[in-house]
Design a protein around this ligand. Structure first.
Ligand code: PDD
Length: 291
């Protein structure tokens, strides 16, 4: 059936408000508050050979994001888990990313949400992009910019305009990511990634607060580091600290990737760092071992 082919020619199935439908038919109302106000939250979950990485942690974060915007979860944890499994079963990529979005639902446009709205729930499963080996050999690059986002970055909100502008700047500069800086020049995180440095041999990343998203991969990286006797420091850090030898980023879609040039300057010797590569290998091994 031609209508079940997407623009990139994959016959994908989506979940929209209670039904599995071919992706091109997966639509929501023009007065959906997600469309009009970005009044919603989301999750991205990696899946390798049918094993979901830290699924419970993602579903917990989804519940936290909903609670933070006072949106009642439209289903229980186990119902959501079942949906995740079903959307994957219908789009079973060997390496998949499951996308979940919940908005407050559709209704006449008014900032204050009406009570009793029916939330919109959308799920997709797509192929998880992999960096090429050439890419891994040279690592990623980034620029830094003052953080122009809001003061609730711990909520996984679908209001991502600032992140999109950051990615556009990164693209214009020919780099992979923009890292946001606070007013004192501390590196907070990327547009869609958490950021880390190796300083005096310790793995350093910004502490969890309203300025960063508590990445599920960030947690895994910190756990993995501690299990391998790498000292972890969750503290504000700057790019130009003495003893900084490596940078890296983490996210569901990237696992761990070394970042070798920032603002045009090489980090350390400008090659993927030993600890970044070690953590990448260990995080991926953890993923595949469970699969
Ligand atoms: N982005 N920080 C921000 C601002 C993010 O958007 C993300 C995830 C992360 C990493 O979180 P996790 O390890 O849980 O994926 C950190 C997702 C992947 C996205 O928007 O596509």
């Amino acid at each position: 059936m031609s209508h079940s082919k997407t623009y990139d020619n994959e016959p994908l199935t989506a979940w929209v408000n209670g039904r599995f439908v071919p992706l091109p038919e997966a639509t929501v109302h023009i007065e959906d508050r997600g469309f009009q106000f970005a009044d919603g939250v989301y999750e991205v979950i990696a899946c390798v050979n049918g094993h979901f990485l830290d699924l419970q942690a993602h579903l917990e974060r989804l519940e936290r994001s909903c609670a933070a915007i006072r949106l009642d979860m439209p289903m229980s944890r186990s119902e959501m888990q079942q949906l995740v499994e079903e959307i994957y079963a219908r789009n079973p990529f060997r390496r998949a990313m499951i996308y979940i979005q919940i908005t407050r639902g559709a209704g006449p446009r008014a900032h204050y949400p009406a009570t009793g709205m029916q939330p919109t729930v959308v799920l997709t499963s797509r192929a998880l992009p992999q960096p090429s080996s050439e890419r891994l050999a040279v690592g990623y690059t980034a620029i830094t910019r003052p953080d122009i986002r809001w003061k609730h970055c711990e909520i996984k909100s679908i209001a991502l305009l600032a992140s999109i502008m950051g990615k556009q700047e990164a693209h214009d500069a020919g780099v992979d990511e923009t890292f946001w800086l606070d007013d004192e020049g501390h590196v907070l995180e990327g547009c869609s990634t958490n950021a880390f440095a190796v300083i005096d041999g310790k793995l350093v990343t910004h502490p969890l607060d309203h300025q960063v998203l508590g990445g599920i991969t960030r947690d895994l990286v910190l756990r993995t580091a501690r299990n391998h006797q790498i000292t972890v420091e969750e503290r504000p850090w700057r790019l130009h600290e003495a003893g900084l030898t490596e940078c890296m980023l983490s996210s569901t879609t990237n696992a761990v990737m070394p970042v070798c040039r920032i603002d045009g300057q090489p980090i350390g010797d400008g090659k993927p760092g030993r600890i970044a590569l070690q953590l990448r290998q260990m995080v991926i091994a953890a993923l595949e071992a469970d699969a």
